[in-house]
Design a protein around this ligand. Structure first.
Ligand code: AMP
Ligand code: GLY
Length: 462
């Protein structure tokens, strides 16, 4: 149940009460806007730059807002005052969107650039974990590829080789089976750096074994509210083949979710993280997403992200029943600890529809996302035929052209999400509705949520 205290109500007196700006343009951003409007009957969400395909009377695109330039948001806010701004996109966060808008006098939820560095530099995220006693895989950072090669040949375990910074398609990590594999990965990253002129900075870490889990918390700087867990399908192809990418789909809750596991995740990962942020003087409000491995020695951090996972947002946020506007007010008042998250306890399955190759038979055709170049601008048909009782569609890289037709504009185009009392039911609903959608080169994984133990709905968060 969400309660608002007098103090929290007073903090809303300034600005346009009940209006917010969400800075993002992904399926996750749509998920956050949808959560705001579904859990509060009055809130109006400006979504910048947002997406003009979203058809909701209280989600208003703000295309003049540029993720890489916070001045555009400040200009927008001068004409459209809001109660607060919610920044949920790492490109914006890592460029200091939160710092800039706060300095301009706005109330903002999101980590500062210094706090977002936990994601924008993998080395920084890992050093933070090591400094604060949060379990993390063994790792070393290299700028010299020869030294990195020496290291992967000497250590007694298989490695994962990563570029330190952000990568556009989430393909900055190579999971290696042996030293020869790791040497090849180091050489590929070194060649890429030489080609682009970027400095080479590699993180080489111990390859962990176990089941991966996505862990989410809403932070107010004092405490964390845990959100349901999820499982992400990061590999490009069926059966977890192909390289890592931003993700081809997700399920929630994670198949191993239990109250005992949630307690462990809180005490081993989330609470130490909140304490570490405070100790380091890092101003982090909003969502944190910890990618972790459930190993035989307990949960171990793979990465810390300064925003919600995408496409995990699409399977977790639709289950939230608490008034999210009130939770945000509690974040701003640093009183989140007084609130509890209510969720519907249903299972969800999200499948990403991506811009693939237009003609696999044609050797001259662009290969499709995320393998390489891809041909956007394809008309997206059938979104209006999706039955809202069966599935929800979250918009990512899709925009209207001059005549109003939705067209693909990037790799992940749509996320189709089914819900049910069992994962199988959720999965059937998502895939059933995908059949109604079509665009040239549409590709998706057919095995999201397949072969996973059934989930029986329990009132999670209770
Ligand atoms: P990252 O780029 O850090 O998000 O990693 C992408 C994916 O690579 C993760 O979701 C894991 O599937 C895999 N991965 C990264 N680090 C490790 C590790 N230390 N051990 C095993 N798998 C890993
Ligand atoms: N689901 C992976 C990510 O958001 O990075």
């Amino acid at each position: 149940m969400t309660r608002t205290t007098d103090n929290e109500s007073r903090t809303t007196a300034a600005g346009a009460t009940g209006r917010v700006l969400v800075v993002d343009s992904t399926g996750r951003g749509h998920g956050i806007c949808e959560m705001f409007t579904r859990t509060n009957p009055h809130v109006v969400v400006h979504y910048g730059p947002g997406c003009d395909v979203i058809d909701h009377p209280r989600i208003l695109p703000a295309p003049s807002v540029d993720l890489t330039d916070p001045r555009t948001a400040a200009e927008f806010l001068a004409d459209h005052p809001v109660e607060f701004v919610f920044v949920s996109n790492i490109d914006a966060l890592s460029q200091g969107y939160v710092d800039f808008l706060r300095a301009a006098g706005h109330r903002v939820i999101g980590p500062t650039a210094a706090a977002a560095e936990l994601e924008s530099s993998k080395a920084r995220g890992k050093e933070f974990c090591r400094d604060h006693g949060i379990p993390v895989a063994e790792f070393e950072v290299f700028t010299d590829p020869a030294k990195a090669k020496e290291y992967v040949t000497a250590v007694p375990y298989a490695c994962v080789v990563k570029t330190d910074g952000l990568t556009p398609d989430g393909d900055g990590s190579v999971v290696c089976d042996d030293a020869a594999d790791a040497v090849r990965a180091i050489e590929r990253f070194a060649e890429r750096a030489a080609r682009t002129g970027e400095d080479l900075r590699l993180v080489v870490e111990e390859r962990l074994t176990g089941h991966e889990i996505s862990v989410f918390g809403l932070l107010d700087g004092q405490s964390a509210m845990l959100f349901p867990t999820a499982m992400d399908y990061k590999r490009t192809l069926e059966d977890d083949a192909g390289k890592n990418c931003d993700g081809m789909g997700s399920i929630a809750p994670h198949p191993q979710d239990s109250s005992a596991l949630r307690e462990q995740l809180r005490s081993v990962l989330v609470d130490p993280l909140v304490r570490g942020l405070k100790a380091d003087g890092l101003d982090f409000t909003g969502f944190v997403y910890i990618g972790a491995m459930l190993t035989s020695r307990g949960p171990v951090v793979i990465e810390i992200n300064a925003r919600f996972g995408d496409s995990e947002a699409e399977v977790v946020l639709p289950g939230v029943r608490s008034d999210f506007l009130q939770l945000c007010r509690a974040v701003l008042a640093r009183r989140l600890g007084r609130h509890r998250l209510d969720t519907d306890g249903l299972a969800r399955c999200s499948v990403a529809l991506v811009q693939g190759c237009l003609d696999p038979e044609d050797p001259g055709a662009l290969v499709g996302w995320p393998f390489g170049p891809f041909a956007t601008g394809q008309a997206v048909l059938g979104m209006d035929r999706v039955d809202p009782e069966e599935a929800v569609v979250f918009c990512a890289n899709v925009r209207r052209d001059g005549s109003g037709t939705p067209r693909t504009t990037g790799g992940r185009v749509l996320h189709v999400v089914g819900a049910g009392h069992t994962l199988e039911q959720a999965r059937r609903r998502a895939y059933g509705q995908i059949e109604r959608i079509a665009f040239a080169g549409m590709r998706f994984r057919t095995d999201i949520g397949a072969g996973v133990a059934a989930h029986v709905a329990t009132p999670a968060g209770k």
